[in-house]
Design a protein around this ligand. Structure first.
Ligand code: UD1
Ligand code: CA
Length: 460
């Protein structure tokens, strides 16, 4: 049976007090609207229609890449019923079909809940997702006679008795498509807000004898919408808590789930420990026994078994990724950038930056150093303050450092450059020419001694 998914996203989001359209604000690194698209993707709908209005160009640009998504513009915005009226021409002509209606500012509705509504609808029934709030102020109230559902009355139109009802409409429904088209064409705006209310179709369905079903949820997080920065931050913490619990249930040891942020996907092996205030973004994998110290930011990286990421380390693989080998020690205060590929047992210490470079097993750069566009052999010891001068102002060049090379402190290796295996570079050298294997190269001013030299004295 044909399924349409309609996502309402035309509203202004006034209370966000932002120039960014509300549905583009991010939760765990993804736009609110993107969450709705991702959560409903497994339903494999025939059509996914997004209703845009305020900031339409911006909204459309952000989610245009999602497969099978079409946009319908609603200008001006005259209410939720008016929004659905705009979609009528694109809902398809199937005789039997269901349309699931969601809101782009309600990001955490579970796939299973969406599926439950669609199945209950079956192209025949009007299904409303409802919830009981202790404070229902502002929400549409569910009017029942006995168990049967009769109507939704918006808060501003409700009588004092109706306002006592705590069962509310969540803004999420599934409707038989053909009936939905018929109903929305008959809406009017004779109400307290002068809007076309989608919720008025409930009374129409009842009048036609179409069964109306209320599905009540206990999961507030699934139906909470974002209207303000406070609500956005509240949902963010709820979502982070869910992710943290999922990881902990799989055995990951988080020092404090309330000080953990995942904005993407994190895959962990066994006995992984993560200290407080770490942020993971994009795609990150942590192998068995990996330990991450406090205050690390790790994006698009693959950290292999037994590696240790010490406190305050920043790893950002961007598009190229970063690999940290088995048993490697990174940080504290290390910076790994795109294309850093570190082999097993590599050590990267404080204030060391590595970019687009491979380091073979056991290589070490422990203090205050830069490795860019370099290939570093096994067991190389790269001294404090050494840098690869990889950029000549126009082009980048590579530095090849053979196995067992020892680069002294405070050296400048001017690329392109090759240093043969086992060579030694004396501290303080600026190296511009090929260094043969096994040789010592020193390139610095010779030390001279001036005996009998007197220090200047202060003039009177
Ligand atoms: C709506 C429901 C109310 C329910 C509440 C749940 C109606 C009339 N009322 O109220 O019963 O309890 O949601 O949160 O439906 N939108 C458009 N175009 C418009 C108006 C709204 O696209 O012309 C979009 C908004 O961007 C938003 C969604 O529809 O994503 C809901 O609109 P909102 O104004 O928040 O609905 P409420 O009036 O709060
Ligand atoms: Ca409204």
């Amino acid at each position: 049976m044909a399924l349409n998914i309609v996502i309402m996203a035309a509203g202004k989001g006034t209370r966000m007090k932002s120039t960014l359209p509300k549905v583009l604000h991010k939760l765990a690194g993804r736009a609110l609207l993107q969450h709705v698209l991702d959560n409903t993707a497994p339903l494999a709908a025939e059509r996914r229609i997004i209703i845009t209005g305020h900031g339409a160009e911006q909204v459309e640009a952000v989610v245009a890449g999602s497969p099978g998504v079409a946009f319908v513009r609603q200008m001006p915005q005259l209410g939720t019923g008016h929004a659905i009226q705009q979609t009528v021409p694109v809902l398809g002509d199937e005789v039997a079909g269901s349309t699931l209606i969601l809101s782009g500012d309600t990001p955490l509705t579970a796939t299973s809940t969406a599926r439950q509504l669609v199945e209950a609808c079956g192209g025949e029934k009007l299904v409303l997702l409802t919830i009981e709030y202790s404070d229902p102020t502002g929400y549409g109230r569910i009017i029942r006679e006995g168990e049967s559902l009769k109507a939704i009355v918006e808060h501003k139109d409700a009588s004092p008795e109706q306002r006592l009802i705590r069962e509310c409409y969540t803004g999420i429904m599934a409707a038989p498509t053909a009936a939905l088209k018929r109903w929305v064409s008959r809406l009017n705006n004779n109400n307290a807000q002068g809007e076309f209310y989608l919720t008025d179709i409930v009374a129409m369905a009842v009048a036609e004898g179409v069964p109306v079903v209320g599905v009540k949820t206990d999961h507030e997080t699934e139906v909470l919408g974002v209207n303000s920065p406070v609500q956005l931050a509240d949902l963010e913490r709820r979502f982070q808590r869910q992710q943290a619990v999922t990881l902990m249930d799989a055995g990951v040891r988080l020092a404090d789930p309330s000080r953990f942020d995942l904005r993407g996907s994190l895959t962990c092996g066994q006995d992984v420990e993560i200290d407080i205030n770490c942020v993971f973004e994009g795609q990150v994998t942590l192998g068995d026994g990996v330990r991450v110290g406090a205050n690390c930011v790790i994006r698009n990286a693959h950290i292999k078994a037994g590696a240790r990421i010490h406190e305050f380390t920043h790893i950002d693989g961007e598009a190229l990724g970063v690999t940290v080998g088995e048993g490697a020690l990174i940080g504290p205060f290390a910076r790994l950038r795109p294309g850093a590929e570190l082999g097993p047992e590599v050590h990267i210490g404080n204030f060391v930056e590595v970019k687009n470079s491979t380091m073979a097993r056991g290589a070490k750069a422990n203090h205050l150093a830069y490795l860019g566009d370099a290939t570093v052999g096994e067991r190389v010891n790269y001294g404090a303050g050494a840098i690869t001068a990889n950029y000549d102002g126009a082009n980048k060049h590579r530095t090849e450092i053979g196995a067992d090379v020892h680069v002294g402190s405070n050296c400048v290796l001017i690329a392109p450059l090759t240093i043969g295996a086992g060579a030694t570079i004396g501290g303080g050298s600026t190296i511009t020419k090929t260094v043969a294997a096994g040789e010592l190269s020193v390139a610095r001013g010779k030390q001279i001694a001036i005996s009998g030299w007197a220090r200047p004295t202060k003039k009177r």
